[in-house]
Ligand binder design. Sequence first.
Ligand code: DC
Length: 335
Amino acid sequence: MIVIRGATTIPCDTKAEIQKAVYELLEQIESRNSLKKDEVVSLVFSSTSDIHSYYPAKAAREAGFTSCSFFSAQEPEIDGSLPLCIRCMLFVEKNLSPSHVYLRGAKSLRKDISGKINIAIDGPAGSGKSTVAKRIAKDYNILYLDTGAMYRACALKVLEEGVDPEDEAAIVDLMRNVKLDIVYENGVQKTLLDGRDVSEEIRQNPVSMASSTVSKHASVRMHLVEKQREIAGRMSCVLDGRDIGTYVLPDADFKFYLTASPDVRAKRRYDELKAKGAEVDYEKLKEEIIRRDEQDMNRSFAPLKQAEDAVRIDTSEMTIDEVVKTIGRIIQEKL
Ligand code: DC
């Protein structure tokens, strides 16, 4: 199933103009996509709030689209939106790369991802990466890959087995005998260690520092980076981490580096842990975050650093919505 989008405008709000514009739009969509009417499963229209004279869906039925379901909706009045505009989405049972059609000055309000793309979001702990990455992934209906969860799962195993997080050889040995899987349930990433769901456990504070320590080791990184590249090679995804733009996917289509002051980052983590009912000391947490960043930035193999071609966003004074909008705008400009 694919979705073809279209939009057009009318010079004035009359039944005849609506019919004419809808016929023309659907005709163009059909010819540019070599589409047969009976391949359309569903047709959804929306029109701006200044259009009242006729249902675009009725016009579509009159144009010969008789075997699909229809829906017409009115859009709210939004400042700056194009007047007298009709938009449509055709859900089509066909495997093609859709050609969207915009006529009479109507333009695509949002471009969608049609080919495979990878979006890299790097930055220190608490910079807002994961919240933003999840939102972007949901927005574009692509996968979110939390690479930190992999290092955390490895660290959890190391702690459980009483292995020293500094002992590279012992960790590699351990990881050889453990099955680490990343699976998705309703779009949410779950981290499995030998089939056990550890998604919650790996968020606990002691695991954070240990994950930074185990991630220093080149052989541990190589093992996990291979999995990350394999997933990103198969599908469009947003990956967040420390080295995505610099090492894992140096050719990522979009690269962002999020940062924020240590105080803001510590406060975010503090609120997050508090909300989960954990007992936390703010000053200690801040000190740990600074220590972890130092370790992540100063390791010799694939350290945390901004890729030269990444867009840097300081999120200290920004809301999540503002960060998501900024990133969305940059993606839209380049898509
Ligand atoms: O993003 P996070 O806090 O869940 O990451 C935990 C640790 O894992 C982080 O301190 C460093 C390491 N990490 C890494 O080295 N490379 C990544 N791509 C992701 C995380």
